[in-house]
Design a binder for this molecule. Structure first.
Ligand code: 9MR
Length: 341
């Protein structure tokens, strides 16, 4: 835990958050919006300031890694629910909802899966989906049932699931999850689908077909891993077309990276991107939640994945608020009747 108050590190563009300011979650409640964050469970256990922020500022939490299959079932048939349970207990204690992330993906699967013959994969996937969803039944409001199953050109991604089970695995996964918890909202979730583009067209066609077949899908998660240089331009139109299908939407993994080092101009540009993402969600009926993929730069996944980039979150390495934090706070401060009135 740092000594004393947070110290701005990037110059006058970064300001500590005044203690008297209302928490973001309180402001978001005016809009019936769940304001969420991905949670790093190690930081949650070890860093008091980190934990305090999660508890007080957000009303929804997502495990950044601990509900992925490799974490939940490292050895076949032997589940380790402890870390996921910690987050569920934390959320309950702080009156927060939980987004479940994620059931069917091509990454972070257990190593033992690779040794199974293809004709066992359907049964194993069904067991994974249903065991996991049942385990957290009633605790998870939104589940990312299928994650990143579409290629940039809009076709289905060539994954272990598509190869072994054919395209029907997607509908099956939603049906299995719905059987296991009929009250959970079930989402398809993907990246690079902020704008109307070839990939989001593919996702649109996919979910439209699922709704035609009465598959229990309730929403589309737009991850929104963005960069200062690549801000979405047609997010509102894109969210709107999913809403027109009768689906909920959610921004599920928002961050806005930049080439390092950060400077005041980039931080303002970043604030504008955060603001435009939030506004698109607020202006879309049925956009239920706005989740940042980590809220402070210290624990961000970005520097480990994008060489020379970082500073993607709304607080800096020392918990000082960046202009992006101010942008979210200011927009959420506009009162008005609930969007669901
Ligand atoms: O933030 C997560 C990081 O800690 C993991 O190493 C990584 C491994 O795949 O997954 C990251 O989270 C991803 C999320 O689960 C799905 N969308 C993209 C996210 C960033 O890579």
């Amino acid at each position: 835990m740092p000594d004393g108050p947070p110290v701005p590190v990037t110059g006058s563009a970064v300001a500590p958050v005044a203690a008297a300011e209302p928490p973001l979650r309180q402001l978001a409640a005016r809009h019936d919006l769940d304001l969420g964050t991905a949670v790093n469970l190690t930081a949650l256990a070890d860093d008091d300031v980190y934990r305090e922020w999660v508890a007080t500022q957000f009303d929804s939490v997502t495990a950044e890694n601990e509900m992925k299959w490799a974490e939940l079932e490292p050895t076949r048939g032997q589940h380790d629910w402890d870390r996921a349970d910690e987050l569920i207990a934390f959320a309950r204690a702080n009156r927060q909802t939980v987004r479940g992330h994620t059931l069917v993906w091509h990454n972070q699967n257990p190593a033992w899966l690779a040794d199974l013959p293809a004709d066992e994969l359907g049964a194993v996937l069904k067991d994974h989906v249903q065991t996991t969803v049942r385990r957290f039944r009633g605790e998870i409001r939104q589940w990312d049932v299928v994650n990143e199953a579409v290629e940039e050109d809009g076709s289905l991604r060539d994954t272990v699931w598509l190869r072994a089970l054919g395209p029907g695995y997607i509908a099956d996964a939603f049906r299995w999850a719905h059987e296991a918890d009929p009250d959970a909202l079930l989402f398809y979730n993907d990246y690079d689908v902020e704008d109307v583009n070839a990939k989001s067209d593919g996702v649109y066609d996919l979910v439209q077909e699922l709704t035609r077949q009465d598959v229990p899908i309730h929403g589309v998660g737009v991850q929104a891993h963005c960069s200062v240089e690549r801000a979405p331009r047609t997010l509102r139109e894109n969210l709107g077309r999913f809403a027109d299908l009768g689906l909920h939407t959610a921004l599920t993994e928002v961050d806005v990276r930049m080439a390092m080092p950060a400077d005041p101009v980039k931080l303002e540009a970043q604030a504008n991107v955060y603001r435009s993402l939030l506004r698109a969600c607020l202006l879309t009926p049925g956009c239920l939640s706005f989740t940042v993929w980590g809220y402070m730069d210290k624990y961000s996944w970005v520097p480990g994945w994008f060489e020379g980039e970082g500073a993607a979150d709304i607080l800096d390495e020392n918990f000082a608020a960046k202009p992006a934090h101010r942008a979210l706070r200011d927009d959420l401060s506009f009162g008005g009747p609930s969007r669901r009135d």
